[in-house]
Design a protein around this ligand. Sequence first.
Ligand code: S3P
Length: 188
Amino acid sequence: MREGKSLAGNIILCGFMGSGKTSVGRRLAKLLDREFCDLDRFVEERAGMTVSQIFAQFGEEGFREREAQAVEEIARKKSLVVASGGGTVLFPRNVEGFHRGGGEILYLDVPLPALQERLKNDKRRPLLQKPNRRQVIADLYAQRCPLYQAAADRTIDAGAPAIVVARRIAALYDSQPAGRRGSGAKNS
Ligand code: S3P
């Protein structure tokens, strides 16, 4: 049996745009037999608008309000794998919300040059639709890295294909979240 930790709360992936929160999260959820939740998609469903439309109509502040409400809602659920947005854990209220719900936050650490490469053609992320994108990414990365580190319970080396990173994380956890075990199951 796997030696991983049993966690009833959510496993929350944080990190920079393009760090693989969604692609790793989907794979991780499958490996651990948990439900997957993508915070941006959750916000979009609630708002009936895309993230870009929310930024365009209500500004970043309007997006952050909706994001914080989504965190509150998701933190009340258990046993999920959650892909947060790249800015979510920069706000202490969101970190507190995730932790209050018993969740564990993992930082997907990807080196800057890999992120710049992955994001060079992105057309979807409002914060990147500016001239000199490489520099915009470098500046945001410098500001945000310490905050991701501070918010996270653990840092994961994530400069690898999504399935490799997902397996790396899955090895840390038991595949049956606590609270979903049968009564006869042993905690190993
Ligand atoms: C943001 C990242 C995006 C999305 C929004 C803001 C950020 O999520 O939440 O555009 O502040 O870094 P991804 O990290 O999934 O792209």
